[in-house]
Design a protein. Structure first.
Length: 47
């Protein structure tokens, strides 16, 4: 189950619903912006 820290929730919420769903489907733990960027980089690399 994915987790988004309250510290970065505002930035996470600016993303499109499709992108948020893709991130959450990857079972990740987002504690800071570096975690979020790493997941976004992985999504780009996978596509």
């Amino acid at each position: 189950m994915s987790y988004v820290s309250p510290k970065i929730r505002p930035q996470f919420e600016t993303l499109s619903i499709e992108l948020k769903n893709e991130i959450l489907s990857r079972d990740v733990r987002l504690e800071n912006l570096f975690d979020l960027i790493a997941v976004l980089d992985q999504i780009v690399a996978d596509n």
